[in-house]
Design a protein around this ligand. Structure first.
Ligand code: 13P
Length: 251
């Protein structure tokens, strides 16, 4: 069925992967995508930065896209250990994840920091995948939609359009836990996100909204069938080629 928003299936490998296994994994994903010959969906893998160059090379010609997991806000300079959006682009990336909840928690990234990183992505010609999501405490307090609204308004830069923004909704409590919201909860969150985006982005209807948090081959079909879900941001299951390809197939 033709969709106005082309689904994006993104694998976030997080801090996993040494060269030999990572190249084998990327090779299997590339092979699967090539064989499937999809033109109606995009498949993206975001390996650790150390592997970007090698993996970009390994998947060349397969249609698989490669992205970073984080970037610094500025182009270059005295920021030991950081990587700029320009460096990611130079290494072969087309996308970058910004504001993942693990970075918001581990590294204290605020909405303002995330927004600056999204702007850096634009400056370098990368597509930012801006992550938002509530914690369990926030959900239990009935604050989910308010939290999502605050994060969106703080993290999405002025000037965003569907052509240069992807948003990923990742409930923090669903990440790596095997728990997922019900499809009704996902639908409510995504509808709210699109409503809020309509005040921020001229073509909010065309912005792709990914769901992330314990997506696997067996639940991808029902999650991706939710109206405002335009793809998935996959952690653990993206480390297994078969699982990841099954999710891409479900899109
Ligand atoms: P899991 O798929 O392992 O729950 O991780 C989701 C995630 O954080 C992707 O960015």
């Amino acid at each position: 069925m033709a969709r106005s928003r082309r689904p994006l299936i993104a694998g976030n490998w997080k801090m996993n992967g040494l060269t030999a296994d990572a190249l084998a994994l990327a090779g299997s994903v590339a092979e699967g995508v090539k064989q499937a010959g999809w033109t109606d969906r995009e498949v993206l893998i975001c390996p650790p930065a150390t592997l970007l160059v090698g993996i970009a090379e390994a998947v060349k010609g397969s249609g698989v896209l490669v992205g970073g997991q984080n970037c610094h806000a500025v182009v270059s300079g005295a920021h030991t250990g950081d990587i700029s959006a320009e460096m990611l682009r130079d290494a072969g990336a087309s996308h970058v994840i910004v504001g993942h909840s693990e970075r918001r928690t581990d590294c204290g990234e605020t909405d303002a920091v995330v927004r600056a990183k999204a702007e850096a992505a634009w400056r370098a010609g990368l597509m930012p995948v801006v992550c938002i999501g509530e914690t369990l405490t926030e959900r239990e307090a009935g604050r989910t939609l308010t939290v999502l609204e605050t994060q969106l308004k703080g993290s999405v830069p002025a000037g965003a359009t569907a052509a240069r923004l992807v948003v990923a909704y990742e409930p923090v409590w669903a990440i790596g836990t095997g728990k997922t919201p019900t499809t009704a909860e996902v639908a409510a969150a995504h509808a709210h996100i699109r409503r809020v985006l309509s005040g921020l982005v001229p073509d909010a209807n065309a912005v792709r909204l990914l769901y992330g948090g314990s997506v696997k081959g067996s639940n991808a079909g029902e999650l991706l069938a939710v109206g405002d879900v335009d793809g998935a941001l996959v952690g653990g299951a993206s480390l297994k080629a078969d699982e990841f390809l099954a999710i891409a197939k479900a899109a």
